[in-house]
Design a protein around this ligand. Structure first.
Ligand code: GLU
Length: 476
């Protein structure tokens, strides 16, 4: 049996967004599952759309996600080079095979002539097909004209796509398309077929935008006496409104931006895999190993999967909780508020342990922990706009805080005894926890939320807590 070989073939035309990285993840999962090989090939033949630095960014993103490749840039392999612009001779040799068979010809037309054909077809109310206007005596190809494929086997093609099912398309889908452009570089349509064959790819997995071209690819495989690999098209990832495909123009973010925002690669992988795929159970959280074990193309849904960023944030929170404190501590290094700079590690670890369950992204760390490191800014609207606290008059708030200060001053300083003191205080004041605890929390953190009050106070320390209560009493 031949080993399974899959590939990811990005074009370095810009950043890599969440809509297209799935075309790397699914082939990678399949290769890992079947002990096959995953190849990365850089499709850089579109000089006009080439973006400097894009290849590095793509490779960095793959590495960050842990999608390691067996062959490709930085790695090499038996079927290189892995950049298309370095493979011109290979394409030329395959093009020559077609020329020799009479299945490729030099395109003699100017753009204006082709436009005239188009208009004629339109006037005749029939779809424009280049092959209807094929030149009778094309010039010998000298490399300055585009080289076109001559589609001669005009038949209905049928094929099986493991995701999309049984597919077929009639002769109207076949045409003479450009193999080599006037600049000497091959088109995607030609180059990827040559490369996939040369690189012995067994499964081509790519976006749905390619589905309508597959009949043409099949006719080219025939002409080259190649048996096509398994051809798979993945459904689109849809904009959150469900109406259009997610694209850069509609705000699809770069995967590396999610990284900067403090999304964990574990969560990103889980999220990407679960867009349009499930294992048939209710399970939502999958580790990389579980994905490798359970993934199958047959369970990828055919309809577009909606991009739901809230779900990504939820998943990220779940993955943050699953990390050991050591692991989390090493990952948040770049995210602490500036004021934490001189705090010692033990204190920072204790702060982190306290907020771990609440973090949805690593970038939320400053917002969640600032008041552990710096004097918070008094913001009375946190009292006047608070549903429970706005019921209190300023005098009542002041009285309650005064009582709290006295009780806390006498309290032994551990989370447990603070909790005990606070519960006593509920009894003596006759207040509800929602009111009393919110008031103390706001007055000591001036933050809209915090972990459990007794834990927060214990970690802040007696001196800080009493000083902050004094500041609040003055402000009220
Ligand atoms: N270079 C193509 C793209 O970035 C690859 C499509 C494919 O996987 O064959 O869309």
């Amino acid at each position: 049996m031949t080993a399974l070989r899959t590939r990811f073939a990005p074009s370095p035309t810009g950043y890599i967004h969440v809509g297209n990285i799935r075309a790397a993840l699914f082939p990678w999962l399949l290769a890992k599952q079947k002990n096959g090989a995953f190849i990365v090939r850089i499709e850089d033949t579109d000089q006009a759309r080439f973006v400097e630095g894009a290849t590095d960014l793509i490779l960095e993103t793959l590495s960050w996600l842990g999608l390691d490749w067996d062959e490709g840039p930085q790695k090499g392999g038996n079927y290189g080079p892995y950049f298309q612009t370095e493979r011109r001779e290979i394409y030329a040799a395959w093009a020559q095979k077609l020329i020799d068979k009479g299945l490729a010809y030099a395109d003699p037309y100017t753009q204006e002539e082709v436009q005239a054909f188009r208009e004629e077809a339109k006037a005749l109310k029939k779809p424009f097909l280049y092959r209807d206007y094929r030149p009778e005596n094309p010039p010998t190809w000298d490399g300055t004209q585009p080289l076109r494929f001559k589609a001669t086997n005009i038949i209905r093609h049928t094929w099986h796509d493991p995701v999309m099912g049984e597919l077929s398309a009639g002769p109207e889908a076949l045409d003479d398309f450009i193999l080599i452009k006037a600049d000497g570089l091959p088109t995607y349509n030609f180059a990827h077929i040559v490369d996939d064959a040369e690189m012995k790819i067994t499964h081509v997995i790519r976006g749905l935008e390619y589905i309508s071209s597959i009949p043409r690819y099949l006719s080219l495989y025939d002409a080259l006496d190649l048996s096509p690999p398994t051809l798979v098209c993945l459904p689109h990832i849809m904009h959150p409104d469900g109406k259009k495909k997610l694209g850069k123009r509609d705000g699809a973010k770069s995967v590396s931006d999610y990284r900067t925002d403090g999304i964990l690669p574990e969560a990103m992988l889980n999220f990407l895999a679960s867009m349009g795929w499930n294992d048939g159970t209710e399970q939502e959280l999958f580790s990389k190993d579980e994905l490798i074990a359970k993934f199958s193309l047959e369970r990828v849904q055919r309809s577009g999967a909606r991009f739901d960023e809230q779900r990504l944030l939820w998943m990220n929170g779940q993955w943050i909780r699953r990390l050991t404190l050591d692991d989390l501590y090493s990952r948040v290094r770049a995210y602490w508020p500036a004021s934490a700079k001189n705090s010692d590690e033990t204190y920072k670890r204790a702060v982190l342990a306290l907020v771990q369950d609440r973090l949805k992204t690593l970038a939320e760390l400053p917002l969640m922990t600032k008041y552990f490191f710096e004097k918070p800014i008094v913001n009375l609207t946190l009292i006047t706009d608070n549903k429970q606290l706005k019921k209190l008059t300023a005098a009542e708030s002041k009285n309650l805080l005064g009582e709290a200060r006295t009780a806390l001053e006498e309290c032994e300083w551990s989370a447990e005894s603070i909790q005990f003191c606070l519960n006593n205080l509920l009894q003596t004041t006759g207040q509800k926890p929602g009111t009393l605890f919110s008031l103390i929390r706001v007055a000591t953190t001036w933050a809209p939320f915090s972990p459990a009050l007794h834990d927060t106070l214990a970690l802040l320390g007696r001196d800080r807590v009493l000083a902050r209560l004094d500041t609040a009493l003055l402000a009220l």
